[in-house]
Ligand binder design. Structure first.
Ligand code: SF4
Ligand code: SF4
Length: 100
């Protein structure tokens, strides 16, 4: 069962410049992402907003499909910088693998 960690948004700041709270879930980043993959990267940002840390770890393989093309960041109307957030999530996942 997945749990919610209300401190996760703050924790992620140690891994990147976390601007997830600026996101208003418009979906533009998902529309332009060449991966065309099940609401990526918007889904990951939503997980951060609601503290769904386990869901991010369970779907970590999706993070490694990111091409780092920067299209999501370039088109985000809220300067939420999803590209930087995806990088931070990858660092977070690697750090958690080391601890486990
Ligand atoms: S484009 Fe920006 S504001 Fe829109 S869903 Fe993606 S991260 Fe959020
Ligand atoms: S940087 Fe990654 S998440 Fe953003 S549009 Fe490119 S492939 Fe998609």
């Amino acid at each position: 069962m997945s749990t919610i960690d209300l401190n996760f948004e703050e924790e992620l700041k140690t891994f990147c410049e976390n601007t997830a709270l600026a996101c208003f879930n418009c979906g533009t980043c998902t529309a332009v992402c060449p991966l065309v993959n099940d609401n990526f990267p918007r889904k990951m940002i939503r997980y951060i907003q609601v503290g769904a840390k386990d869901a991010i770890l369970e779907n970590a393989n999706e993070l490694y499909k990111c091409l780092h093309c920067g299209l999501c960041t370039h088109t985000c109307p809220r300067q939420a910088d999803p590209g930087e957030i995806i990088l931070g999530l990858k660092r977070f996942v690697v750090a958690n693998w080391r601890r486990s």
